[in-house]
Design a protein around this ligand. Sequence first.
Ligand code: PMV
Length: 316
Amino acid sequence: MKTVEASASGKIILFGEHAVVYHRPAIAVPVADVRAQASLRPTVEDEFRILAPDLDRDYLFTQAAADDPLASIVRLTLKKLGESNPPAATLMVSSTIPLGRGLGSGAAISAAVVRALADFFGQVLSPADISALVYEVEKIYHGTPSGIDNTVIAYEQPVFFIKGRPIQQMRVSQPFGLVVGDTGVVAPTHRVVGNLRRLWQADRERYEGYFDEIGAIAHQARVAIENDLVDITVIGKLMNQNQELLERIGVSSPALERLIDAARGAGALGAKLSGAGGGGNMIALVPSQPAMAASVTQALMEAGATATILTGVRED
Ligand code: PMV
């Protein structure tokens, strides 16, 4: 047995978060600039050890809690691979994806672990298999995940996603840049999703209306991204419209709005929160010119962003 290494990218939701939980479409893209890594190193001791230095964790698989996310993805993957026993090895996971900020850190760590285990046993799992395994663990974190995170991360391609439907890959016909700005505020996804569910239960008609509007924006955004005849400013305007609806459904926050205003003020073509909201990250659209990305990044830092990432959505 040899040492194996695998990785998985982060992700950004461009359009449609939250409404996607209620079966409206959403668009997400992988972010290859930040990644989760998993390695498996054979050991002489007959035990399976899990090391996650970023989380300050070091424990034996046999002693993990029943709902431990890392042990859970290992258990599910071994079952899928038809392996009844864990390997005598050390699993080490690490990640450059900021935790709990809507960039898919949990799903990416799970996907990297699945890929490493499959490779260790000399097997190949399809993106659909990887996505399904990661989804099982996403349920532990989120309760009612739409499945968009595991899908975009397992396929590592832009996706137009509708819960419960086969994945639709998207063509990106014109490249654009995104500056991601971190509010530094950790807002657990399940809490933001749970709050919205209570609001929806109290007034379904109103919230279904908002979700319809968000779904319509995702459809228009798909056309704009797939068709290079559509001006890129259209994508920015759609982001701003999506943000307005996210504010109405109560998942935005003052810290997010401060960064969004700063990005727009510095010339971004559009800006919105990305992911669950309540804190976490916002994204700003910049054309593929370094100068605007630099001024938007500077404006975000001056407005209090704790970190920024510059990434690109590229032509395929
Ligand atoms: O995992 P996050 O923080 O990017 O948020 C997920 C996006 C939601 O639409 C809010 C929830 C979901 O399951 O799709």
